[in-house]
Design a protein around this ligand. Structure first.
Ligand code: PGA
Length: 255
């Protein structure tokens, strides 16, 4: 049985004090209210990772992730943070290939393949993001584009390595826009992703891969999205900055 996961991506929001207090609220609400076996991950700015991981130790259901990591182990890369540093600060996960990284920081599939290797080498689980722009969908090249993102970003991994990654389908046109992919649109792509994994690694690996949906997911639409056969949870941006909304999304599995 594949894991069900709700991950929050705080992006570059909140100051340190506000981040700590939001995380404490999330821990309390999850503890008090969430029943079921879904896993919860919070990905704050890297500066907060250590403190949040310390707090999370008291609550095994919630783990912490970073939002990016460098491909090298160490060295003269001013301003960057390596996978081993992220891991040593207590994180379990790292988001890789978010469309904002691809767009604003020119991250290519090739670079992301290297970052994925660095994460896995350091026992950090990648949440690997893929997804098309509106233009690519309108041109009807989205299936091919997603296939290429998979092939070039993660399909070089062995089946054993691939089993450690989480995928997130995030249509770029749905991120931060308030426009959510319909459950049918999202399910169509998730099923396609799973069939590509099956073709590459076999049916069992495909069945065990967690594929999250991301893009304007909120407490109102989460239950319907998560009830789709191939949607195993969500990667949540804006709504993860509100403890009530984030917790309600986590609880959407139980509906
Ligand atoms: P959003 O962001 O939920 O604010 O659309 C999702 C994401 O970028 O991961």
């Amino acid at each position: 049985m594949r894991k069900k996961i709700v991950a929050g991506n705080w992006k570059m929001n909140l100051d340190y004090t506000a981040g700590l207090s939001l995380f404490s609220e999330v821990l309390n609400m999850v503890n008090d209210e969430v029943r079921g076996d879904q896993e919860v991950i919070v990905c704050p700015p890297s500066l907060f990772v250590y403190s949040l991981a310390q707090l999370a130790k008291q609550n095994s259901r919630v783990s912490v992730g970073a939002q990016n990591g460098h491909q090298a182990d160490s060295g003269a890369y001013t301003g960057e943070i390596s996978a081993s540093q992220i891991k040593s600060a207590g994180a379990e996960y790292v988001i890789l290939g978010h469309s904002e990284r691809r767009q604003y920081f020119a991250e290519t599939n090739q670079l992301l393949a290297e970052k994925t290797n660095a994460a896995l080498k350091n026992d950090l689980k990648p949440i690997f993001c893929i997804g098309e722009t509106l233009d690519e969908r309108n041109q009807n090249i989205h299936f091919q584009l997603i296939k290429t993102q998979l092939e070039e970003g993660v399909f070089h991994l062995s089946a054993e390595e691939f089993a450690k990654i989480v995928l997130a389908y995030e249509p770029v046109w749905a991120i931060g826009t308030g426009v959510t992919a319909s459950p049918e649109q999202a399910q169509e792509i998730h099923a396609f992703i799973r069939s590509e994994i099956a073709a590459k690694y076999g049916a069992e690996v495909a069945q065990n891969t967690t594929i999250l949906y991301g893009g304007s997911c909120n407490p109102k639409n989460a239950a319907e999205l998560f009830s789709q056969a191939d949607i195993d949870g969500g990667l949540i941006g804006g709504a993860s900055l509100k403890s009530r909304d984030f917790t309600d999304i986590i609880k959407a599995f139980n509906k």
